[in-house]
Design a protein around this ligand. Structure first.
Ligand code: ATP
Length: 422
């Protein structure tokens, strides 16, 4: 079956044609694989392009990079390379390989293989599709494992019975893809998944690696569906909850973000930390510090989780009537930015939302035209008082009382004279 690659944007199509030409020139066979093929067939947008090569992938990547004058990073020990085109498109090249697992959860033994073998090591049939980029069959779908049928039936199926034992992180991936695509885990696959969970296969994987896959739920647009499903399958026991995940807050974040993402300012933000905070918001500090160690939470995630209980006080302060912009600035300026975004994504109080919007989009960006050097020229001595003067200037500028460079100088002279006299 031929795939209509013209659904991809023109530049991507011409990049893939270049891969085809260069591969032929080098006597290699190249294929477009994985998520991009799945998403293309589902009519969904996908970002990065994964290319698998029967033969030396690095050689092909180097040829492409040189042809397109693109940036290349080579990972010799893995036989892979990443090419970044000047329009930001990223193409990952890997040599086709076969894998075998000696122990459950351990990393596999890898050796070069065919495209068929390479696809067989993948998690689910829907991710085991390739499109040939060879000159003689450019655009031909390579479907060895019934993937196209599963896409049409909307099923998530593993490729073989030992799949979840070989790699238990696939349990999490199955549930995540099911929720993201609105698919169902296929009957037999579901039974294998349940058996794997009953046998606690996740224990064979190092906790940080398992959590790294789990945290991808928070990167989804609607994490709650998948997380609830995982919980109902008893797939979250690995966290050893002493608390109930805060479903209400998670749903509230999803609801608010649905609207917020229509705003350019918020649409490009990565909201995964907000979901992580919502998920763990009922955990005690002792639990949080234990999760941080066990799952290798980042330092900034740990800090945000520790600061989270303080958000209630900030929310209350933001509900005070008749606050000047500078007063709101003073409340929010010392607060961890992720906590501010968390409050924004959970509040249903319009006045609070408006104040947070103004702080994030406007007041946080205000800066002075003059600096300490200018103040020195006006006769101020560096030190605490000068810091106080600059801060007072900034607050007045946020309140709109100071507008121009001239205003700043005038204010500095007037207020500085009082400040430095005492
Ligand atoms: P997206 O990036 O949109 O979340 P994706 O399918 O590209 O989806 P990635 O996690 O980027 O997912 O993985 C790229 C490909 O690598 C997948 O399509 C899948 O074939 C394969 N893959 C990733 N993780 C595993 C795994 N644990 N076991 C087997 N194959 C995997």
């Amino acid at each position: 079956m031929k795939i209509d690659l013209t659904v991809l944007n023109k530049k991507t199509l011409s990049d893939l044609t270049m891969v085809s030409v260069q591969a032929k020139h080098l006597g290699l066979k190249a294929y477009l694989v994985g998520g991009v093929v799945r998403d293309m067939l589902l009519g969904r947008a996908s970002s990065d392009l994964d290319i698998v090569v029967e033969g030396n992938a690095i050689e092909l990547a180097k040829a492409i990079a040189s042809c397109a004058k693109a940036h290349i990073t080579v990972y010799k020990q893995f036989g892979t390379a990443t090419v970044v085109f000047d329009n930001g498109v990223i193409m990952d090249f890997a040599t086709a390989r076969s894998e075998s697992y000696l122990n459950s959860g351990a990393l596999p033994i890898v050796k070069p293989g065919s495209i068929k073998e390479d696809l067989f090591r993948r998690d689910f049939t829907i991710n085991a599709l390739a499109v040939a980029l060879c000159a003689d069959n450019f655009g031909e779908l390579q479907d060895f494992y019934g993937a196209y049928q599963d896409l049409q039936r909307k099923k998530i199926s593993v490729l073989h019975e030992k799949s979840f034992l070989d790699d238990p992180t696939r349990i999490l991936r199955a549930v995540r893809f099911e929720a993201r695509l609105g698919f169902q885990i296929e009957f037999k696959t579901l039974s294998l998944l349940k058996k794997a969970l009953e046998a606690h296969v996740e224990k064979t994987v190092k906790a940080p690696r398992y959590f790294a896959e789990f945290r991808k739920f928070f990167m989804e647009a609607h994490p709650t569906t998948g997380l609830r499903r995982l919980a109902s399958l008893k797939g979250m026991n690995f966290i050893k909850f002493g608390f109930n995940p805060d479903w209400r807050t998670l749903s509230q974040v999803e609801k608010v973000l649905k609207k917020l993402k229509r705003d350019d300012f918020y649409s490009s933000k990565d909201w995964s930390t907000t979901f992580l905070l919502a998920f763990f918001s009922r955990a005690t500090l002792t639990q949080i510090s234990s999760y941080a160690k066990h799952f290798h939470l980042t330092k900034s995630e740990l800090m945000s989780l520790i600061n989270l209980p303080g958000s209630k006080k900030i929310l209350k302060a933001l509900q005070t009537k008749h606050l000047r912009p500078s007063e709101i600035y003073e409340i929010l300026d010392p607060v961890d930015l992720e906590i501010i975004y968390f409050i924004r994504a959970t509040t249903s109080v319009n006045m609070v939302a408006r104040r947070l919007d103004q702080f994030l989009k406007k007041w946080r960006m205000v800066s002075l035209a003059i600096n300490g050097e200018d103040l020195k020229d006006l006769g101020c001595k560096p030190g605490r008082k000068m810091g106080a003067l600059l801060h007072r200037l900034l607050l007045n500028k946020i309140d709109g009382k100071i507008k121009s460079h001239r205003d700043e100088i005038d204010f500095a002279k007037r207020f500085g004279a009082v400040l430095f006299k005492n």
